[in-house]
Design a protein around this ligand. Structure first.
Ligand SMILES: [Zn+2]
Length: 290
């Protein structure tokens, strides 16, 4: 799907099996920025996504070898799955925030520290990082295309959002939660600060999230507000379930919170349970988005 003169969005479907056997249908968006001299790929989807990405590039009369840079908004498995394969075929350098370097260069370490169900099927393998991206850095893709990096932690420590200057297209990775979907973050206050920072950037025309449909116009800032309100709603649900005494264990808290949020309780899993548990660390605050 073409977003503007230079930006293309690719929706990549995949499945996660949650023990004992719940199959969840998911999707992730990767984005391509077409320049005159090269193509910048933002996130690579899951293992084998290269087929879909290469197909798209060929059908739009470009060459796979034109991929000249791979930027990772972060290094969760559905964002780095095909990076090893694509780098292998194109020799494109891989860029991440320093806080994400270890998890892409050693995916076994990531799998141990953050055991996503079916991790090994989602990721093709480890890959060396060629370039580190720091907060506020602006870099030139050539032919007048400039990108600005925003360090937007909370979903993960080194999550970054990327703004295509001039065209004002914001690639926000997994930073902005989608109401009604499974919330995934490790530091809820950092996440709120990150979303507010993105909100303060004026004039964004396209919001290009990895786990939401591309948004434009008035929907851009509305989506950010809805993400913040969803976080506040989750906070209230978690505090109500936890009560004044000792909170139930993480998985029980997750199941009950899913129930209240309208998410199927069978889908409760330790990964999302960590998001709800993150709220208990700030249980003394009634409102966490103001
Ligand atoms: Zn993620």
């Amino acid at each position: 799907m073409q977003i503007n003169k230079h930006v293309h969005a690719l929706r990549i479907p995949f499945y996660i099996t949650i023990p004992p056997g719940i199959v969840m249908e998911r999707f992730v968006y990767s984005y391509l920025i077409y320049g005159t001299n090269g193509i910048c790929l933002i996130d690579t989807g899951v293992a084998s996504s290269e087929e879909l990405i290469f197909d798209y590039i060929r059908k739009s009369d470009r060459r796979v070898e034109d991929i000249s840079l791979i930027i990772q908004t972060h290094t969760h498995p559905d964002h780095i799955g095909a990076t090893r394969t694509i780098k292998g075929e194109t020799r494109a350098p891989v860029a991440v925030h320093p806080a994400e370097k270890a998890w892409i260069e050693n995916v076994q370490l990531q799998s141990k520290e953050r055991p996503v169900p079916g991790f090994d099927n989602l990721v093709a393998g480890s890959v060396a990082v060629d370039r580190l991206l720091e907060d506020n850095e602006v870099f030139d893709l050539g032919c007048g295309l400039k990108l600005q990096v925003f360090h937007t932690p909370g979903h993960s420590k080194g999550s970054i959002s990327i703004l295509l200057l001039g065209y004002m297209a914001l690639f926000s990775g997994d930073v902005i939660p989608v109401p009604g979907e499974m919330p995934i973050y490790e530091d809820v206050l950092a996440l709120v600060t990150s979303i507010k920072r993105l909100k303060s950037v004026k004039g964004i025309r396209h919001l290009l999230s990895s786990w939401d449909e591309p948004r434009q116009g008035d929907d851009v800032y509305k989506r950010m507000d809805e993400g913040l309100q969803y976080i506040q709603r989750i906070h209230e649900v978690v505090l109500r379930i936890a009560g004044n005494g000792s909170a139930p264990d993480e998985m029980e808290l997750c199941r009950r919170a899913f129930g209240e949020l309208g998410i199927p309780q069978e889908a409760a899993n330790p990964l999302v349970a960590k998001s709800f548990a993150a709220h208990l660390k700030v249980r003394d605050r009634k409102n966490i988005i103001q």
